[in-house]
Design a binder for this molecule. Structure first.
Ligand SMILES: Cc1cc2nc3c(=O)[nH]c(=O)nc-3n(C[C@H](O)[C@H](O)[C@H](O)COP(=O)(O)OP(=O)(O)OC[C@H]3O[C@@H](n4cnc5c(N)ncnc54)[C@H](O)[C@@H]3O)c2cc1C
Length: 646
């Protein structure tokens, strides 16, 4: 791709009502049309994804009475990547009486996102957060409790209250079991037609509206079309563009990318989150990285030796020769500064030659003080499974020696553009959870993805999709419709093309090269030169992929090489847009750190005058210059300032 893009019409209306921010969601719900309960069964909704966003949405829509057809590529809906979430979920319940409120959660999230999110959406998220906890408790989710019986909370980065609800280090798993049992009930009742091990490979758009999907049965290879009145994508994030990430290996961008190619704008692709608390990479053989939950920074202290090149074991480095750099630089928030800030600080100390472990790419996360203060039993009770996981992977006992951690790709704040109703630029296509560009701006605060996914799935979408469906009737469409047949043929042709190239490079070799390229040039720090370098190489890589890739196995069988090949082809195209977006945004904000734009202290320096907007990109063809549509951001309540956590 050349560096070209054109600027199209701005996005004028996001459908958020005007008026006081605390009344907007009520106003929107009241203004939305409803579908009579008796008429709901006449509508079919496709939901792609069964993680926290899709699982909660499918269960709720079916409970309302809609006919739902749902898909996931795993063998069971409960294996969605959401199951990996460890640390917790935020809610402004203020059980601790420590000064929390809906307004404070709203404020923290707008500030944490470096003033690149929408106030209306974030306020709604904070309002709904309290309902999520009630919903999940009613489902039996076993949140940790205090001795007195109240739900327990802990803190996450970027906040000074304790508002994160958790279930040991398995919060995502327990929440997903809650959503999954609600989903299973509806599957059993015949209201949801569940298709596991089935991968959406394209979106069917008829007369400008999303009317279905084309999917491949991953066991038999059969390609089929499914039609509906509306389609919901809840297909997760695109962090695996970087090859190495903390995401599940299967997580991919195919559903959202192919919807983008059918007309859905892609917003802020360059906003990716690097999590500071991951187990460092151990070598080239590795195919995945492991997160150590941010919750560990409640009690663990981050440090490196004061002296560059100090290779003594940690227990031989005396206290006054250690630099607890987060506590030193950010005394108010200490080890719990937001992720973007903690990641950059870790990179800086490693760049200074003070990193620890192999290659000097690591910092210590030390629990010695916590063990002394609380006792080993208490530490074990709070973090036991995380400590065990760390020991299994590194063969080091974190009760005895400090953990070593290093930043890694973890989450993507960008995604398909949606309006206040969570509807994309294709009418009838709704996008929820990590798949949309979400409410987190340029940096997501910890424990807020689960909050957003469940807010979208249990509460927002079920209210707003009614408004769309009530505006029917929808023309009855059969799978013999010519657009359906054409889309299906295109999917077939692509699968056949992948299998026919029979080149000399593995799918993984392309993915690894792409991952390294974007990590080095569009990762924790980006410059104009690095981005131009990536943008020069990616089109070549794309060409090479389509001439040299070797996909073994056949079409009509379980073929994981074929699955991966399709996903990697999409990652390559998406990476190009990610780098272009990063290049055009000549400012730093949150996780998007352009080295040219930093304060004298090395913090991200925004340019509000020129970049206070959501960048929504329109697809015009592979390798063709996309069109940029700007959605201006307005701040009536939380006024943009230089973020400070000192
Ligand atoms: C290790 C780790 C720990 C985390 N811990 C926390 C935490 O403590 N707190 C927090 O708030 N956030 C956390 N996060 C982030 C959070 O887990 C995710 O953002 C969130 O779970 C995403 O949920 P989702 O429903 O949007 O997508 P996912 O859970 O990724 O689900 C995607 C679904 O879509 C399906 N799918 C995808 N593509 C297709 C396709 N083409 N066809 C058919 N099906 C498809 C998949 O099968 C799956 O069912 C963590 C993330 C990681 C990586």
């Amino acid at each position: 791709m050349s560096l070209d893009y054109s600027v199209g019409d701005p996005i004028a209306d996001t459908k958020a009502p005007a008026g006081p921010v605390e009344e907007r969601w009520d106003k929107r719900r009241f203004g939305a049309k409803l579908v009579n309960p008796a008429n709901r069964r006449k509508h079919t909704v496709i939901v792609v994804g069964t993680g926290l966003a899709g699982g909660s949405a499918g269960a709720t829509l079916a409970e309302q009475g809609y006919h739902v057809i749902q898909f996931c590529f795993q063998d069971s809906p409960r294996r969605a990547h959401s199951i990996a979430a460890q640390g917790g979920i935020n809610a402004a319940k203020n059980y601790r009486n420590d000064g929390d409120s809906i307004y404070r959660l709203f404020y923290d999230t707008v500030k944490g996102g470096d003033f690149r999110s929408r106030e209306s959406n974030v306020y709604r998220l904070a309002q709904i957060s309290v309902e999520i906890i009630d919903q999940c408790v009613a489902q039996g989710v076993p949140f940790a409790r205090e001795y007195g019986g109240l739900l327990d909370t802990r803190s996450f980065g970027g906040v000074q209250v304790s508002r994160t609800f958790y279930a040991r280090g398995q919060t995502g798993q327990q929440l997903l079991l809650g959503a999954y049992q609600a989903l299973s009930r509806q599957i059993d009742a015949g209201n949801i037609e569940m298709h596991p091990r089935t991968e959406m490979l394209d979106l069917i758009v008829i007369d400008g509206k999303a009317r279905g999907i084309v999917a491949r049965d991953l066991v038999t290879g059969e390609i089929s079309s499914y039609v509906a009145d509306a389609v919901v994508l809840a297909t997760g994030g695109y962090g695996n563009t970087f090859f190495l990430s903390t995401n599940a290996k299967g997580s991919n961008a195919t559903a959202i990318w192919r919807a983008h190619k059918r007309g859905a704008h892609f917003a802020n692709p360059c906003y990716t989150q690097i999590h500071p608390t991951c187990i460092p990479r151990s070598g080239d053989h590795q195919s995945k990285l492991t997160l150590m939950s941010e919750s560990l920074r409640n009690d663990g202290r981050v440090w490196v030796p004061k002296q560059a090149g100090d290779t003594r074991p940690p227990d031989q480095i005396p206290e006054d020769e250690r630099d607890y750099y987060l506590e030193r630089i950010y005394p108010s928030f200490g080890n719990l500064v937001p992720r973007d800030i903690a990641s950059r600080a870790a990179k800086n100390v490693c760049d200074e030659g003070r990193g620890v472990g192999p290659g000097g790419l690591g910092v210590y996360l030390d629990f010695a003080d916590a063990i002394e203060r609380m006792g080993r039993d208490k530490v074990e009770e709070k973090y036991g499974n995380l400590f065990e996981m760390y020991e299994r992977i590194t063969n080091e006992d974190p009760y005895q020696v400090p953990m070593r951690i290093y930043p890694a790709i973890h989450y993507t704040m960008g995604g398909l553009w949606v309006d206040y109703d969570l509807q994309s630029t294709i009418p009838g296509l709704f996008v929820i959870g990590e798949a949309n560009f979400s409410d987190h701006g340029a940096n997501r605060l910890g424990a807020s993805a689960l909050m957003q996914g469940l807010a979208d799935g249990y509460f927002v979408l079920p209210a707003t999709i009614n408004d769309y469906l009530a505006r029917g009737p929808f023309e009855a469409i059969g799978t013999d419709h010519d657009v359906v047949a054409r889309t299906e043929t295109e999917v077939h042709d692509r699968v056949e093309k992948l299998l026919s190239i029979n080149g000399d490079r593995t799918v993984d070799s392309f993915h690894r090269e792409l991952g390294e390229l974007v990590w080095d040039n569009c990762g924790m720090a980006r410059t104009e030169a690095s981005l131009r370098k990536a943008l020069a190489r990616i089109p070549e890589l794309r060409e090479e992929f389509w001439t040299r890739v070797k996909v073994t196995g056949g079409e009509h069988e379980l073929n994981q090489q074929l699955e991966k090949a399709g996903r990697v082809a999409d990652f390559i195209e998406l990476a190009e847009l990610m780098c272009l977006d990063a290049l055009h945004r000549e400012e730093s904000c949150g996780g998007h750190f352009r080295e040219e734009s930093q304060t004298p202290d090395g913090e991200a320096m925004r340019d509000d005058e020129n970049f206070s907007y959501v960048a929504a990109w329109e697809f015009t063809g592979v390798g063709e210059p996309p069109v940029l549509h700007k959605e201006a951001l307005e701040f009536e309540y939380v006024h943009p300032t230089q973020r400070s956590y000192a």
